[in-house]
Design a protein around this ligand. Sequence first.
Ligand code: FES
Length: 123
Amino acid sequence: MYTDKVMDHFTNPRNVGEIKDAAGVGEVGNAKCGDIMRIYLQVENDIITDVKFKTFGCGAAIATSSMVTEMVKGKTLDEALEISNQAVAEALGGLPPAKMHCSNLAADALHEAIKDYIAKKGK
Ligand code: FES
């Protein structure tokens, strides 16, 4: 029921952990199941130079978290803000319909982390 890409990112998630003194931190909870994702960003000259995540959630949530960190590294903040939950799910080759709500964490947490960075910078 899961694609090979989902299984790969679930069993071997990229960029797990946290960044001490991160430039921006975003946390979102999934209203449907109570799972939580937190994402940490390092930013230089409006480019995301490092990103890490911690997700307390199901396999699909972990896979989408891992995928969004790969998609966003090296992107500008504006480019990162354009990444949608749908785009993350598509990058994984899709999710089963019953698990689409799990993909809501990834881009939302990313966007929250960017907003946190912008607020801290006073931009
Ligand atoms: Fe909670 Fe998937 S069941 S994020």
